[in-house]
Design a protein around this ligand. Structure first.
Ligand code: XUL
Length: 557
């Protein structure tokens, strides 16, 4: 493998513009974290009056936005804070992560403002008039159901759109959001010279000009042809007129967006050689930060919503998941599943059946056998998108299920299980669904490497269930900020690719010295008994049959 050493005494800076905060992680040339910093939007910038970083519009159903200028001011504040902690002159490269799908609308003429920033003034003072829309639609927005339907219809259906762009139309995706703006505010659309994702928007500030949308985050728009890695004419036509010129050309995530703008050199004393590497979405950056790099690598993030993502070289078009060009390779795809019902639904079952205690919850998991004596549950405390089902709980007992065949197995719907079985049913149900959908989506089974993150990854009983359903060892990581540390790691990778003049495999940056860096993962549960893994495969098949029936009966669209 190529020599991937990083220049001695240099720093690599990664940001993460998430929904509620702006974070930064700084790595040294040994890939150890030297500093982190955080700006919380609600508490550090109270004058924007956001709640959890967003505005929920009470007049338009499902409209959720964030003030674009708040991200700019947070960046001013972050750079000032960091300048007191580190020597920006040592930063060799900077990159970033941002919430996926959110979009920024630059007013006609704003490129001039961007390219002539005055280092004596804050960014926020200079960009006040730069946006044609002051409130950016974000990933939580669900006001575009009508536009999703029209876009799918125009390209030949949901599966065709997924085959082309990696996903069916989703309300939070940028294409439907753009179509809605064009339909409801045509003058504003006309007065927009450039549309950025939150990721490419932040990169644009750093290079002092419009930065490309990277191919990975760009695939979260329902606009990119994921095979060609260029905008799809069919999808553009289904969305809004003259859109291609407003998007600019997409670029690979590892590419150089430009040198840092003179504004940052003069105001914060960055080196004028500091490279800005393309920013990308938070999930793609987490994939990088968790050191996933090869087909079969998989991560499960157990949080408010559960997210599963991994790398495959053969994604199958599907209605449930998302495929993006890999953020860490020139070939292969990142696949991703998002479940709305994650930790809050687990907590709900804990509160109802396990005396509001995780200890009791875990005791029940240990007391009940794998496969739960054929008891299967679907628990949706709130409306779920994977599968698309309204809120509700559904429980079944598989009669005659021994785990060796599905012959003669019938499912019987019941109202409730005993308390311990409820606990096992929610955990097994969530994990079986993840395994079924990632397999259906073209992920190799068993995973080559499985890393579990998020709050619930500290629960060893849950990790053991994951190991026995996925049939592989389960690893966890200590660091909570995989998106900003992944961005810093991508900054280092982009720097090496630029120095070598061509793409270098991502793992070259940390291979052979992983345990000495900030990116170590820990073996937390050993692979389960292979015969149980096979039995789970049969249970999973049955679960998918029932899921299909539920969607036919209750699902939307
Ligand atoms: C992914 C998604 C969210 C945001 C969160 O499709 O919408 O995970 O990226 O920031």
């Amino acid at each position: 493998m190529a020599d991937c050493s990083l220049p001695h005494d240099s720093l690599f800076l990664g940001f993460d513009t998430s929904t509620q905060s702006l974070k930064a992680t700084i790595l040294d040339s040994n890939l150890s974290i030297v500093e982190t910093e955080l700006i919380n939007f609600d508490s550090n910038l109270p004058h924007y009056k956001t709640k959890d970083g967003v505005y929920r519009d009470t007049t338009v159903n499902g409209r959720i936005v964030s003030p674009t200028l708040m991200w700019v001011e947070a960046f001013d504040m972050m750079l000032l804070k960091l300048s007191r902690k580190i020597d920006f002159g040592k930063v060799a490269a900077v990159s970033g992560s941002a919430q996926q799908h959110g979009s920024v609308y630059w007013k006609n003429g704003s490129s001039v403002i961007l390219s002539s920033l005055d280092p004596k003034k804050q960014l926020v003072e200079q960009l006040r008039e730069a946006f044609s829309i002051k409130e950016s639609p974000i990933w939580m927005d669900s006001s575009t159901t009508e536009q999703c339907m029209k876009i799918e219809e125009a390209v030949g259906g949901a599966l065709e759109l997924s085959r082309l762009t990696g996903s069916r139309a989703h309300e939070r995706y940028t294409g439907p959001q753009i179509r809605r703006i064009f339909e409801t505010q045509p003058e504003v659309y006309k007065n927009t010279e450039r549309i950025s994702l939150v990721s490419s928007f932040m990169a644009s500030l750093l290079v002092g000009g419009y930065s490309c949308i990277d191919e990975t985050d760009g695939a979260g728009m329902n606009l990119l042809d994921i095979k060609q890695k260029s905008w799809s004419k069919k999808a553009l036509d289904a969305t809004a007129p003259d859109l291609e010129e407003k998007l600019g050309k997409p670029a690979p995530a590892y590419a150089v967006a430009g040198l840092i703008a003179p504004y940052f050199v003069e105001r914060f004393h960055f080196s004028s050689n500091c490279l800005v590497i393309q920013w990308s979405g938070d999930n793609p950056n987490s994939l990088a930060g968790l050191t996933l790099n090869s087909p079969g690598d998989l991560a499960i993030s157990l949080g408010t919503s559960d997210t599963v993502f991994g790398i495959t070289d053969k994604p199958q078009p599907s209605l449930e998941g998302h495929a993006f060009p890999s953020p860490v390779d020139t070939k292969g795809h990142m696949v991703m599943l998002c479940y709305k019902n994650g930790s809050l639904t687990r907590e709900d079952i804990r509160n109802q059946y396990a005396e509001k205690s995780w200890d009791v919850f875990n005791k029940y998991l240990q007391q009940t056998p794998p496969l739960n004596d054929g008891k299967l549950g679907f628990y949706y405390k709130e409306h779920e998108s994977l599968p698309p089902l309204p809120a509700g709980f559904h429980r079944y007992i598989l009669q005659n299920f021994m785990g060796d065949s599905l012959d003669g197995v019938v499912d019987q719907e019941v109202n409730e299980f005993d308390a311990a079985s409820e606990v096992r049913a929610i955990i097994e149900g969530q994990i079986l669904s993840m395994r079924a959908h990632v397999e259906r989506f073209g992920m190799p089974f068993p995973p080559r490497r499985l890393i579990v993150t998020g709050g619930a990854s500290s629960n060893e009983c849950i990790l053991e269930s994951i190991a026995s359903i996925f049939g592989c060892d389960v690893y966890t990581v200590e660091r909570p900020d995989s998106a900003s540390s992944g961005a810093a790691l991508r900054a280092a990778h982009g720097w090496v690719c630029n120095a070598k003049g061509s793409f270098i495999p991502f793992e070259c940056i940390y291979k052979d010295r992983l345990e000495k860096t900030s990116f170590t993962s820990k073996l937390s549960a050993k692979a389960g008994d292979p015969t149980v893994v096979t039995k789970y495969a049969l249970m999973m098949k049955k679960r998918m049959e029932i899921e299909k029936r539920l969607v036919e009966k209750l699902g939307r669209w």
